[in-house]
Design a protein around this ligand. Structure first.
Ligand SMILES: *[C@@H]1O[C@H](CO)[C@@H](O)[C@H](O)[C@H]1NC(C)=O
Ligand SMILES: *[C@@H]1O[C@H](CO)[C@@H](O)[C@H](O)[C@H]1NC(C)=O
Ligand SMILES: *[C@@H]1O[C@H](CO)[C@@H](O)[C@H](O)[C@H]1NC(C)=O
Ligand SMILES: *[C@@H]1O[C@H](CO)[C@@H](O)[C@H](O)[C@H]1NC(C)=O
Length: 316
């Protein structure tokens, strides 16, 4: 049977046999997995995928910021070739009309589709996720991402806050869902449609998950898999005395969260208390388990199909 298919592919209907591509990009994902030596990871689906995949162990982040990192990866050019280092420039207007990875697939007979955060939204992808060049149809964005910074996190006293640590019950959330669950559902619908479709074009499906980017808003059940007693503080979490102030990031994005403000950490050099630092790590790890679960659902959907799977991130 295999030989027969190879024969068909080589000599008769090449288009039919082009593999699909599933490109998963996970926002702010560190290499916190058992296969990278992080023992506290709970990510059975990615562990499994890693066993049958090529795992890059010397891969480095080009730029520790979403937009330039994504534009670099998706155009196949280093940030210092693109000269784009921030959120405010679109390469086609500012540097050159460079072809993107999805565009290359599209121009070679693929259906290309974007779900969630693939390009960084906004100016850096011309407010269109680089439509029409990169994608065959309108990119999908989860509606509930609009509640990204809404007061939907339950405080210990039952009131609602805009917290960094934000485990939730889905039934209490606006529209009773979360952005990544909406993206999962859009991805499963796309794959279902492709598997039913009589059209034979292969696809390039990019799915960009929003977690584990802050705030750590995820279904509360994932915390059970990450007891605080197992969390270890980083070996070195002090500011070096000789560090020039310009090199210090005072994490403004975290400070403005209600639960962090309650800690009264002095600006700009105050330290987050150890108990809270441990909880940040615990909640990050739980967010990764949440995304692993969603990736598992997508991988089960494509089981037995001829699909190349790529899992990556912008930075961690
Ligand atoms: C940029 O590239 C796209 C796709 O190849 C092409 O359609 C478009 O005309 C180009 N734009 C310019 C200004 O060259
Ligand atoms: C960027 O978007 C604007 C406004 O929609 C559009 O006029 C312009 O052609 C787009 N740029 C490119 C390179 O397609
Ligand atoms: C795909 O086919 C299945 C079984 O025939 C059907 O239940 C389902 O509704 C179809 N889905 C789509 C998106 O057409
Ligand atoms: C933070 O400051 C407020 C007001 O000064 C005080 O009521 C609160 O107890 C402080 N919290 C901590 C954790 O020190």
């Amino acid at each position: 049977m295999n030989l027969f298919l190879i024969f068909l592919c080589d000599f008769l209907i090449v288009a039919v046999c082009k593999p699909n591509v599933l490109f998963l990009i996970v926002d702010d994902l560190r290499p916190n997995f058992k296969f990278y030596g992080y023992e506290n990871a709970v990510a059975p689906n990615l562990d499994n995928l890693a066993k049958k995949s090529f795992v890059f162990k010397s891969a480095f982040c080009q730029q520790a910021l979403c937009a330039p990192s994504r534009n670099s990866l998706l155009t196949g050019r280093r940030p210092d070739s693109l000269h784009l280092y921030d959120f405010y420039s679109y390469w086609r207007n500012n540097v050159g009309n460079f072809t993107t990875i999805p565009q290359l697939f599209k121009e070679n007979g693929y259906i290309t589709h974007s779900i969630g955060k693939v390009f960084h939204p906004g100016i850096s992808s011309n407010f269109s996720d680089d439509m029409p060049y990169s994608w065959s149809n309108k990119p999908f964005h989860p509606k509930t991402e609009a509640f990204k910074d809404a007061k939907v996190c339950i405080n210990p006293d039952g009131s609602l806050g805009r917290n960094l640590l934000c485990p939730v019950r889905i039934s209490d959330q606006p529209e009773e869902t979360l952005p990544d669950l909406e993206s999962l559902s859009a991805a499963l619908d796309f794959l279902e449609y492709r598997s039913n479709s009589s059209e034979l074009l292969p696809y390039f499906l990019a799915v960009g998950f929003h977690k584990p980017h802050i705030p750590f808003k995820f279904p509360v059940k994932y915390l059970n898999l990450h007891p605080i007693s197992k969390v270890k503080l980083p070996a070195n979490h002090w500011r070096s005395y000789s560090l020039p102030p310009v090199a210090w990031n005072p994490w403004l994005d975290i400070r403005k969260r209600d639960d962090v403000m309650k800690l009264n950490v002095s600006f700009p050099f105050g330290r987050i208390p150890d108990f809270f630092m441990k909880r940040i790590i615990q909640y990050y790890d739980a967010s990764v388990t949440y995304i692993d679960d969603l990736i598992g659902e997508i991988l089960r959907k494509i089981e037995g199909t001829n699909t190349i799977v790529v899992v990556t991130s912008d930075h961690g």
